[in-house]
Every structure is written in structure tokens, then in C-alpha cells.
Design a protein around this ligand. Structure first.
Ligand SMILES: [Zn+2]
Length: 300
């Protein structure tokens, strides 16, 4: 197993967090107010960089009974200078892309959905149904929306739409994909942005996708963020989903937290706080071996 794959279990679910790619840029891209002394102080308090940040792009594989499920297969052939490792890493982990039954797309930004396409121009998961919000599917097939993309990206979206025609399963509101797996609307980041909740044997894995572009916003959910299309709606989504995560004591997966992107969101005072994996193991008594009463984490 390479350092880009992290196996863990939630109830009976066998999961692999996969680092598709990583990139370094200024934290200002994510937090436009990062020069504000209060923001700098809050970042420093939790040990986050205040200038350059190494940023991960993460995808998820879940085996739920007979169903092999991918959530967001990364950049694929749209990586533009980055190396997209999702599919090769999945293969190394023993999963054949032909066996994947569902590809759930939290939204259609190319760092999440580009990997639907294979480098040879076909589909990376040829036998899968591709699950996404109807709003996302309709939006990215609209020439009005595509006119706001670069010509290269607009062409990629046209290709994506052509490849996926007849292979999509569209969601509205909360939708059950298979038993124990449901999409949860998470508006505010991009059209049709969706979280995904997995439940098995009373344990919950909540994939929050880009609801949290930097874990510091769990503590500061009203901070202005880059890349979110509606600050007001993403703030409302954060409050709703942070409450849901805290109440269910869910294991939380973030698409852009440091690999493997896992942790917990706990209520603290009138708000919440992000506890990355190592801390949350201590917090909840999770153990890195099978047989735990909770999710068993680590290379089991
Ligand atoms: Zn993203």
C-alpha cells in the first residue's frame, strides 16, 4: 500500500481514502482574509501555515456489501501539470475500476469529477452508474454556464456529458443510493454540491466534500472563503452539517484536509472544532485494529 491509500472500516464498510494529487499555494486562495491578525492567530493556534500551504485532493472508495462505490475520482486527465493518482492507487489497492457500481460525484469541479474520464478518452469506470445532483448535471450542460469556463474546461464538460449520457442517476434532496448510503444536499460551494452519508451497524461516515475547504472553518464557519459561490448558503450548510456530524459522532471525511482527510467534528462552546484522526482516536476511543466497538481505523 502506498502512502496515497489509507484503509479503514466503518461498521461493515471497507473504505480507502485516496490522495489523488497535491499542490502548494498561498492560504489566501482559501481564506481571502488571511492577513487579518485574528485569522493569522487562529491558524497559528492550531498549527496551520499562514503563508504557503500544501493542499491535498482526496477521493474515497467504499465497499458496501456487494457494491463497490467511488466518491469523487479526482482530476483524471484534467490534472494540468499535477499527477492524478486516484485510479492507479485504487488498482494497487486491489480494486478493478470495471467492478465499480456507483461513482458518486459531490459536484462537478474537475478536481472531483475529471477522473470520471480515462486518459484514453473513455470512461474510467465503464460499468458504473454516475450519481450527482440534477442541478449539477443540468448546470454543466448549459452553454450559458460553460461560457463562464475556460474553452479547455468547457470542452471537457461537453466530453463528460457525452460520455455520461444514459449512465447517470440524478438526485434531488436527500437520496438513498443503496441501503445505508445517501446523498445530502450541501448548497453554497457549487451547483448541486452534495455531501454523502454512509451508515453501517450504527456507525456513520459523513463525507462533507468541499463544505470545508480548510479545516479551520469548522471553528470559524462564518469566515469568508475562496471558491464558494454563495457565502451565505455555505455558512448555513456548515452549521447544519456540523451539527449532524457532532450529533451522530460521525467519522468525517473532507476532500481537502491533509491526507487521509479523516477526523471528527465535536461541539465546543457554541460552535464546533475539527479533531483530525490522531486526536479523534483519543477522543472517541477508536482503535487501529479490527474488533473495535466503533470504526476500526488504520491499515487493518
Ligand atoms: Zn474541491
Amino acid at each position: 500500500m502506498t502512502e496515497s491509500a489509507y484503509r479503514f472500516r466503518v461498521g461493515d464498510l471497507e473504505c480507502i481514502a485516496i490522495r489523488d494529487a497535491d499542490e502548494t499555494f498561498h492560504v489566501r486562495e482559501l481564506l481571502p482574509d488571511c492577513d487579518d491578525p485574528q485569522v493569522r492567530e487562529a491558524l497559528a493556534l492550531r498549527g496551520w501555515p499562514t503563508e504557503e500551504i500544501s493542499y491535498d485532493f482526496l477521493g474515497l472508495f467504499v465497499r458496501a456489501g456487494d457494491h463497490a462505490i467511488v466518491v469523487d475520482p479526482g482530476w483524471g486527465p484534467c490534472a494540468d501539470g499535477l499527477e492524478s493518482r486516484f485510479v492507479p492507487t485504487l488498482r494497487q489497492a486491489g480494486v478493478d475500476p470495471d467492478d465499480v457500481a456507483f461513482v458518486i460525484l459531490t459536484h462537478l469541479d474537475l478536481d472531483h469529477a475529471g477522473g470520471v474520464m480515462a486518459p484514453d478518452g473513455g470512461l474510467a469506470f465503464p460499468n458504473a452508474r454516475h450519481v450527482m445532483a440534477e442541478e449539477a448535471w443540468d448546470g454543466y450542460r448549459s452553454e450559458r454556464i460553460l461560457s463562464m469556463c475556460s474553452p479547455t474546461d468547457a470542452e471537457r464538460y461537453r466530453t463528460l456529458a457525452r460520455l455520461l449520457e444514459g449512465r447517470v442517476l440524478l438526485t434531488r434532496d436527500a437520496t438513498e443510493v443503496v441501503a445505508g448510503v445517501q446523498t445530502v444536499p450541501a448548497p453554497g460551494h457549487r451547483m448541486g454540491h452534495t455531501a454523502v452519508e454512509f451508515v453501517s451497524k450504527g456507525e456513520t461516515l459523513l463525507h462533507l466534500a468541499d463544505t470545508v475547504l480548510h479545516p479551520i472553518v469548522v471553528e470559524h464557519p462564518t469566515w469568508r472563503t475562496g471558491y464558494d459561490s454563495s457565502q451565505e448558503r455555505i455558512r448555513e450548510t456548515r452549521r447544519r452539517l456540523f451539527d449532524r456530524a457532532a450529533q451522530s459522532r460521525a467519522l468525517v471525511f473532507l476532500s481537502h484536509a491533509p491526507f487521509p482527510g479523516l477526523g471528527h467534528i465535536a461541539s465546543e462552546g457554541t460552535g464546533w472544532r475539527w479533531f483530525p484522526l490522531a486526536h479523534s482516536e483519543a477522543l472517541t476511543g477508536f482503535r487501529a485494529c479490527p474488533g473495535s466497538p466503533h470504526a476500526s481505523l488504520g491499515d487493518c
